[in-house]
Design a protein around this ligand. Structure first.
Ligand SMILES: [Fe+2]
Length: 196
């Protein structure tokens, strides 16, 4: 027989703690973690030769996420953070692989916690734009828009994200076609260049 407490814990997931200074998540065994290294990001950056010259084990970005409901649940939400470390591949800043959502009509929020970055957005016709990220900037990523985050500073860039549990990830379209703009380090400044 279920106790009231057990029934409640299934229906009402226990909270986690998000450290608002750092964006890190803790105190819940269900927090999942993953990372991507230089070696795993083949053909993501413009300069493959430069990528191959770097230590393949170098972590480019790491994520923590909390999935209170199973993947694909309609009407649920997920919560996570991403930290992109500072660095360049050739002249191109470290960045996430980027994706559309598999279920295209799903949106997302990003909130920058620390560091300095650019959020690159691109629609299905390859029209792209970039928004500056700094602590507190809050970004609404509309549905049908691909998104990628670039660290343009010398410190880790951390942001929080909230997205629908049935959004999924379409990485393949970006793997095949890339984004139509790239963010490069030219001198000390970031420069946005077109990538047809
Ligand atoms: Fe997303």
């Amino acid at each position: 027989m279920k106790t009231t407490a057990q029934a409640a814990s299934l229906e009402f997931p226990e909270p986690i703690v998000t450290d608002l200074q750092t964006g890190s998540m803790r105190e819940n065994v269900r927090i999942e973690r993953a990372s991507k290294t230089i070696g795993q990001l083949r053909h993501v950056f413009l300069d493959e030769q430069a990528r191959n010259s770097l230590d393949a084990e170098t972590v480019v970005y790491a994520v923590e996420y909390w999935r209170p409901v199973s993947e694909g649940t309609e009407g649920g939400l997920y919560w996570g953070n991403s930290t992109i470390y500072p660095g360049v591949v050739g002249e191109e800043f470290f960045m996430t692989r980027g994706h559309f959502h598999a279920r295209k009509n799903r949106a997302e929020y990003y909130v920058a916690v620390s560091g300095k970055g650019m959020l690159v957005l691109m629609d299905e016709h390859r029209h792209a734009s970039a928004q500056e990220m700094s602590p507190g900037t809050t970004h609404y990523i509309p549905n049908r828009i691909a998104h990628r985050v670039v660290n343009i500073g010398d410190a880790p860039l951390t942001f929080l994200a909230c997205w629908p549990s049935d959004a999924g990830h379409d990485y393949a379209t970006i793997d095949e076609q890339g984004f139509s703009i790239r963010v490069m380090r030219r001198g000390e400044r970031p420069e946005i260049v077109a990538q047809p």
